[in-house]
Design a binder for this molecule. Structure first.
Ligand SMILES: [Zn+2]
Ligand SMILES: [Zn+2]
Length: 329
């Protein structure tokens, strides 16, 4: 039996409906101050202000030949799909935030752990931030509108405290449906999500060591191979997925075309649409936020939607929500 969701949470999930654009015109944008929910005076969120540059620095080890292996590169590319597309796009965003589909709990939880390995905070925190973004998009108190400035929308907003996200006691009111599940409540316990990320680092390193050592007969070559998987499969991939997610927040609220007359400044951007595996068709998404497909026309290529269709054909994804625009045609 589907869980009963209170009205306030249901409104966050459904969102408003937007009509198709009848005539293309330049949309007016306005400068926006920092969200009024930002803690004043500005308080640096040290966990992010140190963690984000640190992971970037570790990813730069990819330029050192010692840490290179082609297997590492393959791990980064495959990991971009496995962790970024399945974990963030499909699970955190289209499934948990917008309920565009349903998966068996074991698969939903597995994908949620993949999302945790992208170091984008816990599912409940991510979902709360994103639901507030949809509710107040490009207005106060949207946590990451690029109308403040591009860098604020891209990552600046992560570096300072916002009273809505200080801890789960603050953001639980936006995610009551999620936090009913003890699994997501466990991820809120102090440091659990960070320990999962650290464990993923260990898994990549040890897998490389376990393969490289017996294959080459040299312990130190095994260590080198393990480190190459760690640098490429974890650090490079984390940075790649970060900038892809962040570019949806920044670029697709500034540059691109619009299919729908939404009240925000969201756009469809083909570059972001392609490199994010479908999240860049962002104006479509703001116009119909529950739809599990973000590409609404045949040429708006959406790898995440193709994945959802495949899961549906396998009988794993159910209650898949199609765009309203498809039902009309
Ligand atoms: Zn948006
Ligand atoms: Zn969304």
């Amino acid at each position: 039996m589907p869980a009963v969701i209170d009205e306030e949470t249901q409104a966050l999930i459904d969102g408003p409906i937007a009509e198709p654009v009848l005539k293309r015109h330049a949309i007016e944008t306005h400068a926006l101050p920092r969200p009024e929910t930002t803690v004043a005076p500005v308080a640096v969120r040290w966990k992010y202000a140190i963690g984000i540059p640190l992971i970037h620095l570790l990813a730069c080890l990819a330029f050192v030949p010692y840490f290179f292996s082609w297997t590492g590169v393959v791990c980064a590319v495959l990991g971009f799909y496995v962790f970024g597309t399945l974990g963030i796009n499909l699970c955190y965003h289209r499934l948990l935030t917008h309920q565009g589909l349903t998966l068996p709990k074991w698969l939903e939880h597995t994908f949620a752990v993949l999302g945790v390995c992208c170091l984008q905070d816990t599912p409940a925190c991510w979902i709360a931030m994103h639901r507030i973004h949809h509710k107040h998009s490009d207005e106060q108190p949207d946590p990451h509108s690029p109308l403040v400035n591009f860098f604020w929308g891209h990552f600046g907003w992560l570096m300072v405290h916002n009273r809505e996200f200080l801890n789960v006691n603050y953001y639980q009111r936006f995610t009551r449906d999620i936090l009913r599940d003890p699994f997501y409540m466990t991820l809120e316990r102090r440091g659990v999500w960070l320990r999962i990320y650290l464990a993923s680092m260990l898994v990549f390193f040890l897998a490389g060591l376990a393969i490289g050592w017996p294959l080459t007969g040299s312990y130190w070559t095994g260590v080198q191979f393990g480190l190459s998987l760690l640098v490429w499969g974890v650090f490079v991939r984390t940075v790649l997925v970060w900038h892809i997610t962040w570019s949806v927040n920044s670029i697709t609220h500034i540059w691109g075309y619009r299919n729908y007359e939404t009240t925000d400044s969201s756009r469809n951007n083909w570059l972001v649409g392609l490199w994010s595996n479908g999240e860049g068709w962002h104006n479509n998404h703001h116009a119909d936020q529950r739809a599990a497909a973000h590409g609404h026309t045949w040429w708006e290529f959406d790898v995440t939607w193709i994945t959802i269709r495949a899961l549906e054909k396998l009988g794993l994804a159910t209650d898949v929500v199609r765009p309203r625009a498809w039902k009309k045609t």
